[in-house]
Design a protein around this ligand. Structure first.
Ligand code: FAD
Ligand code: NAP
Ligand code: SF4
Length: 669
């Protein structure tokens, strides 16, 4: 059997699951669309893919507890009927699904938010109202009602969200809970709320599965101690939970917990430490994205089950493919957050960079063609690969050209950046799919227009050309392009980077690192970010703070816009890039006017004030222009090509748009 631990059944309370994979809770925004067929199809697709148990996105138990105004919940009979559409479809598909109940407490984005005490969170503009006794009872009652309605709506159980700094978690720690009544003070009192919630929810849901998500390391000052975590876990077990799921870090923590630069399974040892302390199964989570990693964790006794959330956006058939020994065909979640969490926080529907069909299952449908065509795709970057593979899957005869000796395009450059190693997995997945597909691959060929005559359709996915910055001295020996630098060109000890977009930040990261990438060395990564042991320091922040390795070079990161560099990076990951470079002493300057690069360095002005940077190397990361060099020659032959990816629009191009455009074009050809 492939992955024998992962694929073995497990009993949770009254229910036996066929395998040990949990699809963790994700807010997709689908419920808020009101299109319940679409919600149902999202979950049913994953049920068909074989996952043992799914947990929905967090449902608000009441208006004040919703993460944002209008957050979905089971408030009315109509809500229950709508959710019944989802649970019926999942059960028809042979799956199981639990509903997460999420009370955001002081993280609720609205003036009516409530908490233990009126202590505002650093990440919210709203100070919560401190609840009185009756108010606490009302919140518990609302959570219990939500749980009962979940069962009425056909869910197999509920997950009580007790981690990530949400409502229940807020009562546990003294810096938010300043109460002196029976809900505050001694730990026994501070944990009363979550324990009462579990006890009463148990009574309300009969044999339903009861999952409690517990924070194992808060990653905030003065968070829970390890003794408190164990005490709570045992009390939650005694109160009737069937299984404990792992939560890592409050949302206000200044330590990344799921981004791509976090080492795989970086926090699983904490679940492993809790496991012998309780009698119920424990679920581990965070940065687990392959069946191999999941299997190893189970084999090493770190957990009884593994939770993966975003990997099920990337590939709904994760479990089925793993079980069938086809793990190389699993679309990998690269933990970029670009189409999932960044969308959620930007008020957009969730999707996935590697799988544009995620949450668009009913809208973006790939069907066999009834009119097969001969299609040429020029460029085997993500746009061309996505188009070629999708077109071939539909039954077209596809030839894919690239002048490089390998497929992947700029993804190879992304994969050289310390902390972006997951991009390698994306390239490997494309290669594995090509191996199984009838796509004719022509590598090492710079295609000329004449070679494309005779195809029914021509798709240009030729990518971009780096934009010159137009700086005096740009042609000199001290100036390099980012492609040369990432290909290994020698760079001096003092460097200025022109352009502070995504690539400028990545090049800075590349230049300040020497030796092993912390993402591949968990102990190094923990030191870099100041992650300690909650058994030694409550909350688990190392007392000595972040201890990054010294920077390999002195770096200046420059942009002309008079704003803070990095402001436009990903909503949920930009702060990580900025913090990482700050820790390495990178000087980030906005409002720069470029002078000349000379033998002595680089002359610039910052907000009009002249400065001389004594640098050895200047790296140009000034954006890109589309490479459309084949368009005119093709048009001269009467061929009108389709343009996708960078060849179409280079501005704000990323792999997400490249893949999305490739799949969408191929879906309609
Ligand atoms: P490309 O990837 O540029 O591929 C174009 C291909 O066309 C190339 O392989 C080229 O050899 C081939 N080609 C061109 N002309 C011809 C011809 N005439 N004949 C044959 N072949 C030809 N994006 C993200 O989403 N997230 C990130 O974190 C991220 N990080 C990045 C980090 C770095 C350092 C870099 C450089 C890029 C990063 N990107 C990231 C951007 C992302 O890689 C690009 O947006 C994406 O690769 C563009 O895809 P594409 O298919 O349009 O073009
Ligand atoms: P970019 O984000 O557009 O940034 C280009 C930078 O160059 C800007 O800082 C811009 O700032 C500067 N610039 C533009 N024209 C210039 C000129 N003529 N002279 C000097 N400076 C100039 O592009 P990029 O950094 O090349 O990244 C390309 C794409 O890759 C991005 O759109 C991004 O989506 C993707 N990417 C994403 C990530 C990620 O983590 N998600 C990482 C890497 C790349 P000023 O105009 O203010 O000087
Ligand atoms: Fe994973 Fe990125 Fe897809 Fe989100 S968008 S699921 S992080 S690959």
């Amino acid at each position: 059997m492939n992955y024998p631990n992962l694929m073995s059944p497990i009993r949770l309370g009254a229910v036996t699951l066929p395998n040990r994979v949990l699809m963790g809770s994700m807010h997709t925004g689908l419920e808020e669309t009101g299109d319940w067929n679409r919600v149902a199809e999202f979950y049913a697709t994953r049920a068909r893919g074989g996952v043992g148990l799914m947990v929905t996105g967090g449902m608000a138990p009441n208006r004040e507890g919703g993460v944002f105004p209008g957050a979905a919940g089971l408030f009315t009979a109509q809500d229950v009927a709508n959710h019944r559409i989802v649970t019926d479809r999942v059960h028809e598909a042979g799956g199981r699904i639990a509903m997460q109940i999420l009370h955001a407490g002081r993280y609720a984005y609205g003036p009516d938010c409530v908490s233990a005490s009126a202590v505002k969170s650093p990440i919210s503009p709203f100070a919560p109202r401190a609840l009185d006794e009756a108010g606490i009872e009302q919140q518990i009652a609302d959570i219990v009602t939500a749980a009962a309605r979940a069962i009425e709506a056909g869910y197999d159980g509920v997950e009580i969200m007790g981690s990530e700094g949400y409502f229940l978690n807020q009562f546990l720690v003294r810096h938010v809970n300043r109460r002196e009544d029976r809900w505050g003070g001694a730990y026994e009192n501070r944990m009363r709320l979550p324990v009462e919630v579990v006890r009463r929810v148990r009574a309300a849901i009969g044999q339903g599965i009861l999952i409690y998500r517990i924070s194992l390391i808060d990653l905030i000052p003065d968070g829970s101690s390890w003794d408190e975590v164990v005490t709570l876990a045992r009390a939650i077990e005694a109160a009737g939970a069937d299984v404990l799921n792992t939560g890592i870090g409050w949302h206000e923590a200044r330590v990344p917990t799921i981004a791509t630069s976090v080492p795989r399974a970086a926090f699983a040892h904490l679940t492993g430490r809790l496991r012998p302390m309780v009698g119920i199964p424990v679920i581990t989570s965070n940065r687990i994205n392959t069946p191999g990693v999941a299997e190893t964790l189970l084999a090493e006794g770190m957990a009884d089950m593994v939770s993966m959330a975003r990997p099920f956006l990337a590939d709904p058939d994760f479990v089925a493919k793993a079980a069938a020994g086809r793990a190389d065909q699993i679309a990998p979640c690269i933990a970029c957050n670009q189409a999932c969490l960044d969308h959620t926080f930007g008020g957009k529907l969730t999707s996935c960079l590697v799988n544009p069909r995620a949450c668009h299952e009913t809208e973006l449908v790939i069907t066999p063609t009834d009119a097969p065509k001969r299609i040429a795709v020029v460029g085997a970057g993500p746009a061309g690969l996505a188009a070629a593979l999708t077109a071939a899957e539909r039954g077209h005869e596809v030839t894919l050209y690239d002048r490089a000796p390998r497929v992947g395009g700029q993804l190879h450059l992304a994969a050289t950046i310390p902390g972006k190693e997951e991009f390698r997995g994306l390239i490997d997945w494309f290669v594995a799919r090509l191996d199984q597909s009838p796509v004719i691959l022509r590598l090492g060929e710079t295609v000329q227009a004449a070679a494309l005559a005779g195809y029914d359709e021509v798709i240009l996915a030729t990518g971009i050309l780096p934009r010159p910055a137009g700086i005096a001295g740009e042609d000199g020996p001290r100036v390099l392009g980012y492609r040369e630098v990432l290909a290994g060109a020698p760079v001096g000890p003092r460097v200025a980077i022109v352009g502070a977009g995504g690539i400028g930040f990545d090049v800075a990261e590349y230049l300040v690192h020497a030796g092993e990438s912390p993402t591949l060395a968990p102990d190094l990564w923990r030191r870099e970010w100041g992650v300690g042991d909650p058994a030694q320091v409550p909350g688990g922040l190392a007392p000595e703070g972040p201890q990054p390795e010294p920077p390999a070079r002195a770096v200046w990161l420059l942009q002309r816009k008079p704003e803070k560099p990095g402001r436009r990076l990903g909503k949920t990951t930009g702060w990580i890039h900025r913090a990482a470079l700050h820790m390495k002493g990178v000087r980030m300057l906005g409002g720069v006017t470029y002078g000349a690069v000379t033998d002595a360095g680089f002359d610039i002005a910052v907000n009009g004030v002249p400065q001389h940077l004594p640098v050895d190397t200047v790296v140009i990361c000034a954006g890109q222009e589309p490479d459309r060099s084949l368009v005119a020659p093709l048009q001269a032959l009467g061929i009108n090509p389709h343009l996708i990816g960078g060849a179409d629009v280079a501005a704000e191009l990323d792999a997400k748009r490249a893949i999305d455009r490739g799949v969408r074009l191929a879906a309609v050809l």
